[in-house]
Ligand binder design. Structure first.
Ligand code: NAI
Ligand code: SF4
Length: 419
């Protein structure tokens, strides 16, 4: 019984703080409700197989990156595996910075061993000997505990030289702190930061799989992607594939917040409708749902039948509900302020364009933006999308554009009367 399950998970805990939010799930065999996990046991099994066999499972499962872009994980790992060279790296992107996203914090807090195990699996497959976890600056309170877990893994022979007696398989993991810049969640900016440089995105290609950390082959995956990789190795391809759509297999963790009674972390299958998420989280009088955080789309109620999947409405996991009393121009202003603040400033469309859009939103709010100026803002948004160097700039106007396009009546009602 789904409501009962959610109830038992959530009741009484969520309003205190997100720090200790708990998982609720519509998946009856939800991944994190499994209680028979023992650190290292998956690795024991994995090391009995050849790297190619493990990679085939990840590919067959159809695992796609859980950070938001949905790139096929197996393919990324294969590209890195096929690269020559002794030095390869596995990087866990724990720089979770998307507004409204807090599922990785939960996974790092409660299921960190599974994440390490996924990193070990990746290292075994691609032939890496060093791993880094790039932890969001604001999550520094998690660091000590994570390092204790890593030390325990080393003591137990699960990290270090010749892991579990497997000659030639050595892998070590280190936590590195971010310093509060959203852009460092972009993988090449993250790598720059890991190298000790200013966190600015590089041109892609080359991709990190061939030219990553210190110029060597590197895979960068989201926290949740590693967790699912370990689960696929433990429970098998069929377990993973029991949920999802043909192009977005499995279930996913979502951070649900906003105007609802049941904020928190949900494990939900891909293909779920927005309507269902509103229902499960007990949203009240919801008129809009922001899917994908500040970099995502603002969906109006008439489109709540749309589904969450990489081929439909994609998200790294952020779902924010807005009720009928919310001014969506406040939302647009808030997100644009965020991007103005977080733009690394390297390229003009993003650095200057986001400021112009923010100014425009403020004019709209004050009833001083003409129709022709609004049209110019929409044109500028397209330029920013097309000409920005990295995902931050390209996605910075998505919320603004979708608010104007999907809530025309509300936005046009703010234009000054003609004459
Ligand atoms: P992307 O599509 O450029 O790349 C995705 C991944 O696939 C990267 O690891 C990239 O190296 C790899 N890749 C792509 N094409 C490749 C190729 N031809 N060869 C080898 N590797 C290849 O997307 P990007 O810019 O890395 O991420 C954008 C996404 O990040 C957005 O969907 C956004 O929603 C999400 N995001 C998530 C945040 C969070 O806190 N979780 C924060 C901000 C954005
Ligand atoms: Fe920096 Fe923005 Fe350009 Fe990305 S798009 S490189 S964040 S200025």
């Amino acid at each position: 019984d789904i409501p009962e399950l959610i109830d038992s998970c959530i009741r009484g805990k969520l309003k205190e703080a997100y720090r200790d939010t708990v998982v609720s799930t519509v998946a009856q065999k939800g991944a994190l409700l499994l209680e028979d996990y023992h650190p290292g046991r998956i690795l024991e099994k994995v090391l009995l197989a050849k790297p190619e066999e493990i990679l085939k499972d990840i590919e067959d499962a159809g695992l796609r990156g859980r950070g938001g872009a949905g790139f096929p994980t197996g393919f990324k790992w294969r590209l890195a595996m096929e690269e020559k060279g002794d030095l390869k790296y596995v990087v866990c992107n724990a720089d979770e910075g998307e507004p409204g996203t807090f599922k990785d914090r939960f996974l790092l807090h409660k299921h960190f061993s599974r994440v390490i195990e996924g990193m070990c699996v990746a290292a075994y497959v691609i032939g890496a000997s060093k791993g880094y976890i790039y932890l969001r600056g604001e999550y520094s309170y998690l660091k000590e505990r994570m390092e204790e877990t890593i030390s325990q893994w080393k003591k137990d022979g699960l990290l270090g030289e010749d892991i579990l007696g497997k000659k030639g398989f050595s892998f070590d993991v280190e936590v590195r702190m971010g310093a509060g810049a959203y852009i460092c969640g972009e993988e090449t900016a993250l790598i720059e930061s890991l190298e000790g440089n200013r966190g600015e995105p590089r041109n892609k290609p080359p991709f990190p799989v061939d030219t990553g950390f210190l110029g060597d082959p590197t895979i960068v995956n989201n926290v949740e992607t590693f967790l699912w990789a370990s689960l696929i190795c433990e429970k098998g391809v069929e377990f993973f594939q029991q949920y999802g759509t043909s192009k977005s297999k499995g279930s996913k963790f979502f951070s649900v917040s906003g105007d609802c009674r049941r904020e928190g972390i949900y494990e939900l299958p891909f293909g779920i409708t927005i309507d269902k998420i509103v229902e499960l989280s007990e949203g009240v009088d919801i008129k809009a749902v922001q899917v994908g955080g500040a970099a995502g789309e603002c969906i109006p109620k008439r489109d709540f039948h749309r589904t969450i999947a990489f081929e439909a409405v994609p998200t790294g996991g952020s779902i924010i509900l807005f009720n009928k009393d919310r001014d969506l121009l406040d939302v647009a202003e808030n997100f644009m302020e965020f991007f103005v603040e977080e733009s690394c400033g390297q390229c003009t469309p993003c650095r200057e364009g986001t400021i112009k859009i923010l100014e425009g939103v403020r004019l709209l709010k004050e009833g001083r933006c003409s129709m022709s100026h609004l049209e110019k803002l929409m044109e500028l948004s397209e330029t920013i999308e097309l000409a920005s160097k990295c995902g931050l700039g390209q996605l910075s106007v998505k919320a603004f554009k979708s608010i104007v396009e999907n809530f025309k009546e509300e936005v046009l009602g703010r234009l000054p009367e003609e004459g």
